[in-house]
Design a protein around this ligand. Structure first.
Ligand code: BEZ
Length: 237
């Protein structure tokens, strides 16, 4: 039987591995160049491929929306700088897709022919493909800590509304000390952490915790958090 290859990758809560790289926007030192903002570091399999082209056009179109949430974008593939430049020029000059056209990709795209960065981040998953990165997405906070990771295979284009939702939800959890339930969006009720003592559980069920609006049971309590309050805190910050 063929031996399965195991790859290592950084995990949630780990500091983002450091690297220096050449990009389409000049050299970057990661994550130190991004220390005052959130960053989405993402990989894609190859330049001049259709799913990746649709993804880059979507990300580039949403760049201002991410910037408003103080989140910068950094892409990577195992292609050279000139391939990156030629592909981004082609996207701008020729490609029209789902109402997007004349799209300029202004965020950096890392050249990683040596796979140095891709290997550090576990973006090469050899049992999927040994020479192309999978579609990895790392959400990194302003302290350089990895806060969420999503991986997609080569054939599956990412959902960019979900990537944006993840950034807003992570920032909301930090700002308000809450958790967000399934499919949460700004304006939906948020979750209060589980009761840590019998006294707290009793207070919650007796209605004596003014921070709580509703308890299904002692371990499942929610509070209201209106959309404007969330967005005023998490955008431009
Ligand atoms: C694409 O982006 O279209 C793609 C890249 C690698 C494998 C399959 C699809």
């Amino acid at each position: 039987m063929e031996e399965q290859q195991v790859v290592s990758m950084p995990r949630i809560g780990d500091p983002a591995p450091e690297f220096k790289a050449v990009t389409t926007q000049g050299e970057i030192n990661f994550p130190s160049d991004y220390k005052d903002s959130w960053v989405i570091l993402f990989s894609h399999p190859a330049d001049f491929t259709p799913v990746c082209t649709s993804e880059f056009m979507t990300f580039a179109t949403m760049e201002d929306q991410f910037a408003e949430a103080n989140c910068k974008l950094v892409g990577l593939s195992i292609d050279g700088l000139y391939s990156h430049i030629a592909w981004l020029r082609t996207i701008k000059e020729k490609i029209e897709y789902k109402g997007m056209k004349d799209v300029e990709v202004n965020f950096p795209l890392i050249e990683d022919i040596t796979m140095n960065v891709a290997k550090k981040y576990g973006m090469i998953q050899p049992n999927e493909d040994s020479t192309k990165a999978v579609r990895a997405v790392f959400f990194i906070d302003p302290k350089g800590i990895i806060r969420a990771i999503i991986y997609y295979p080569l054939s599956l284009g990412r959902n960019f509304d979900e990537l944006y939702r993840v950034i807003i939800a992570l920032k909301t959890a930090d700002e308000f000390g809450i958790a967000t339930p399934a499919d949460w969006r700004p304006g939906n009720d948020v979750i209060i952490g589980p009761a840590g003592s019998c006294g707290t559980a009793k207070d919650r069920m007796d209605g004596n915790d003014s921070n709580i609006d509703d308890c299904q049971d002692w371990f499942f309590c929610t509070k209201k958090l209106d959309k404007d309050t969330v967005l005023n805190k998490v955008l431009k910050k």
